[in-house]
Design a protein around this ligand. Structure first.
Ligand code: NAD
Length: 303
């Protein structure tokens, strides 16, 4: 019987640890704070911002919101990042992407102080990760590792296959696992196009999927007894028994969130698997808070 890894419960455990540590820091006069930086009004970014604000509140962190109009120049945005760098109430800066087209990601990210880079996008922190000496770890990749550790996975010598090679998830999660002495294979769209995806995934003791393609990983791509971490977040139409879209009261198709793994058909083959929603996402949110806590400690000379 497969273990359905309860990301929400693990997130609650991590939250309790963060609250306990934040309490100890408060006695030393240190209170962590996260600043979000939004340029424009991208819907997804606004949703994420609200969630970060709520999460900060739930653990007693300060929350600082900086929102700039879409027409703000790159120079002005960089200046705001410098202000946040200098603000002692801000332990971590979270740039909400995508930025408007005239603002380059690297101009903003390379300006963030490396000890306030709580999403770990700065090349310095990425380099530390590569060297096996991470201080602040990228949130979603770290959430995958945290989930695997909490279900008691042995990394040393394990065959880990990562599907997806983005800078945000695939590459850094592969590096975190390699730093734990696992044997890593990274597959991606060109692996699929060459017809080789199953060849790799079927050998995986641990399969981490971050492709953004609903239903990509079917049961025939998974080894019996594997542990599967599904990072994907996809909105798909709800279908009735005949395969027709179900509509809501406004006549629009109903949608639901699914991962990249065909959960219902894959789960019984696995030793453990994360659901979507209720898996990686919930833990990712807590890793961000944990990074802000670490950043606050570093800035106070405690780490
Ligand atoms: P991305 O689009 O930057 O990268 C997708 C990767 O998947 C690429 O490496 C691509 O080559 C690979 N890929 C695409 N189609 C493939 C196929 N058919 N076969 C094999 N590989 C394929 O996406 P991303 O930012 O890495 O995010 C991936 C998914 O994870 C998305 O669904 C995203 O929403 C989700 N995500 C979740 C969290 C979370 O906290 N749960 C955080 C970040 C991203």
């Amino acid at each position: 019987m497969a273990e359905i890894i309860d990301g929400n419960a693990i997130a609650e455990e991590i939250k309790a640890e963060i609250v306990a540590e934040a309490g100890k820091l408060k006695e030393k006069g240190i209170s962590p704070g996260i600043a979000t930086l939004l340029v424009g009004d991208d819907f997804g970014s606004r949703m994420y911002r609200k969630q970060v604000e709520r999460n900060c509140e739930s653990v007693g962190f300060n929350y600082i919101e900086r929102t700039l109009p879409a027409e703000t120049t790159e120079e002005e945005v960089v200046k705001v990042v410098q202000e946040l760098n200098d603000d002692p109430a801000v332990s971590g800066i979270l740039p909400l992407r995508p930025f408007p087209e005239h603002i380059s990601d690297s101009a903003v990210i390379n300006t963030i102080r490396v000890d306030k880079d709580i999403d770990c996008f700065h090349p310095f922190n990425m380099g530390r990760l590569m060297l096996g000496e991470p201080t602040l770890t990228p949130c979603t990749p770290a959430a995958c590792i945290e989930l695997l550790e909490r279900v008691g996975v042995e990394f040393e010598g394990a065959e880990i296959v990562v599907v997806g090679h983005s800078n945000i998830v695939g590459k850094p999660v592969a590096m975190l696992a390699l730093n734990r002495n696992a044997n890593i294979t990274v597959s991606h769209i060109f692996t699929s196009q060459a017809g080789n995806l199953a060849k790799h995934t079927c050998g995986a003791d641990i399969l981490i999927v971050a492709a953004g393609k609903a239903g990509l990983v079917t049961a025939d791509l998974v080894k019996d007894g594997a542990v599967v971490i599904d990072v994907g977040i996809n909105r798909v139409k709800v279908l009735d028994d005949e395969g027709n879209p179900v509509t809501n009261e406004k006549g629009k198709p109903k949608t639901r969130t699914v991962g990249d793994v065909d959960f219902d058909n894959v789960k019984d083959k696995t030793r453990a698997i994360t659901p979507v929603p209720g898996g990686v996402g919930a833990v990712t949110n807590m890793i961000l808070l944990g990074n802000a806590l670490t950043a606050a400690k570093m800035q106070a000379g405690l780490e």
